[in-house]
Design a protein around this ligand. Structure first.
Ligand SMILES: C[S@@+](CC[C@H](N)C(=O)[O-])C[C@H]1O[C@@H](n2cnc3c(N)ncnc32)[C@H](O)[C@@H]1O
Ligand code: SF4
Length: 459
């Protein structure tokens, strides 16, 4: 596959409108409160009939200090006592949910996200993993894809060793930017030495895939300052980089109001940053996976993409397409059979529901056949930059050219602009279209028309 990226400012300006990141389709905005517990139980029955491995996502919401840019679902507290009751409820939910699923289904994928999972202390992490092992079929031979998000400010080499011992084999480090002025502007002071110490420990402990999160578009960043951060990290040779575009939505994310908008880099500077990122990572041997993600060619994401087996879920790109995902913890999102569902965002409601042995679902969505068909097209495009019509036609009993006649007509303009090639049997995205992949996916999104203003821009 052609891995190159083309940075055409005129094209990007023309197409760069707000759009979803398609970690699901329909997006989480479509979830509604009419979705009931009985809907969920029906979907679990279907899921158990289909069988197959499971994926678990556990949400640990706490952070010690706030990073002003952060759009994650988190609770800021210096009080470590808050973790204990939450942990008890999380373990309660694990038990409640596990009882609904067939016991023989192995957990191929496990992810602890946050917030900051390592806000938990060593014995709390041990208890959480043990409870998960008690109620679900976790592998003990390192065969599963078990990953954790780690804030290097909240971790040391002892914790990394413990995480490996608990069964984690993939790790993601939040870094964002090393420049001291940028760090001050976003209230995240994090030294290179503490970051590298954690990265070195993870490698020494045999973590199979080490990812680094960076953000471009933060206040006071320049192309040169961000290049410096990137070069220092490239030297350390992590397996993957997730380089997110900072989404400044102060109306929606309160803490972002503490960021001085005048200090944000202009769109042209952000584009130059993106170009620099693409060039440097390419020169260092990383391939562009898509949507902010880069990986070494021998990383499992790059391999899955070459083999046509890449998938996208709420944690980003993934190699496990076939797993139903159980979300555990407040705000967590699951995907079971033909549904998506999300737990309550209110920690006290979560506690009350679980302590009275009820599930904590706040909203959900049953997918229609049309949703499933569009999801298949969008997932294929965003993961592999092409979609062949025949597999979609076979799976959904449609004639692609008829069913998507309107959408294909809309793509003609993108073809004329060199973003993609339309043929009788497939859509192939070209280099110039790779950075604009979500704009291409948006053509297939039936829900979008009314929602544009709620998403961040692509670049
Ligand atoms: C849950 S945090 C990672 C774990 C840990 N809390 C930490 O910060 O190291 C997930 C990642 O989301 C990204 N992120 C958060 N808010 C963002 C925003 N507004 N725009 C772009 N990326 C963002 C950051 O790169 C962050 O590392
Ligand atoms: S970026 Fe990570 S540490 Fe910072 S507030 Fe968000 S979740 Fe917490």
């Amino acid at each position: 596959m052609d891995q190159s990226l083309i940075f055409d400012l005129e094209l990007i300006n023309r197409y760069d409108k707000a759009g979803p990141r398609y970690t699901s389709y329909p997006t989480a905005l479509e979830l509604h409160s009419e979705f009931s517990e009985s809907d969920y139980r029906q979907q679990i029955e279907l899921s158990n009939r289909n069988g197959g491995p499971l994926s678990l996502y556990l949400h640990i919401p706490f952070c010690d200090t706030v990073c002003f840019f952060c759009a994650c679902n988190k609770i800021i507290t210096k009080n470590r006592q808050h973790a204990e009751p939450y942990l008890n409820h999380l373990i309660g939910e694990i038990q409640l949910q596990a009882e609904l699923f067939d016991q023989n289904r192995p957990v191929n994928q496990l992810h602890w996200g946050g917030g900051t999972p390592t806000f938990l202390n060593a014995s709390q992490m041990q208890r959480l993993m043990q409870a998960t092992r008690d109620y679900f079929q976790l592998y003990s031979n390192d065969q599963g894809e078990y990953s954790i998000e780690v804030d290097p400010r909240e971790t040391d080499s002892q914790t990394i060793a413990q995480l490996r011992e608990l069964g984690f084999n993939r790790i993601s480090l939040g870094v964002q930017d090393f420049n001291p002025e940028v760090q001050k502007a976003v209230n995240r002071l994090q030294s290179k030495s503490q970051t590298f110490a954690v990265l070195d420990s993870a490698r020494a402990q045999g973590f199979r895939s080490i990812n680094v999160d960076l953000i471009y578009g933060l206040p006071l960043q320049t192309v040169d300052s961000f290049a410096e951060t990137l070069d220092q990290l490239i030297e350390k040779s992590p397996d993957r980089f997730s380089i997110f575009n900072y989404a400044h939505l102060p109306d929606k994310v309160k803490t972002q109001r503490q960021i001085n908008a005048e200090q944000l880099p202009l769109p042209a500077v952000k584009l130059a940053m993106l170009q620099m990122i693409g060039q440097r990572l390419n020169a260092a041997g990383y391939v562009y996976i898509g949507m902010d993600h880069f990986a070494k060619p021998n990383d499992e994401l790059a391999i899955a993409q070459r083999e046509g087996k890449l998938y996208r879920n709420f944690q980003g790109y993934s190699t496990h397409s076939d797993c139903d995902l159980i979300g555990l913890g407040m705000t967590s999102i699951g995907r079971i059979a033909d549904s998506y569902l999300q737990n309550t965002k209110d920690i006290s409601v979560y506690a009350q529901r679980i302590s009275t042995k009820q599930l904590a679902i706040a909203k959900g969505l049953l997918l229609t056949e049309d949703d499933r068909c569009r999801r298949a097209v969008i997932t294929q495009l965003i993961c592999h930059f092409y979609v062949e019509f025949l597999p979609i036609e076979t799976e959904f009993s449609i004639i692609f050219a008829d069913y998507f006649a309107n959408e294909l007509a809309q793509l003609i303009m993108m073809q004329q602009d060199g973003l993609l090639v339309l043929s009788n049997d497939k859509i192939q995205v070209l280099s110039a279209g790779r950075l604009l992949i979500r704009n291409i996916c948006m053509v297939f999104d039936r829900y979008l028309v009314k929602k544009n203003q709620q998403f961040s821009k692509v670049i």
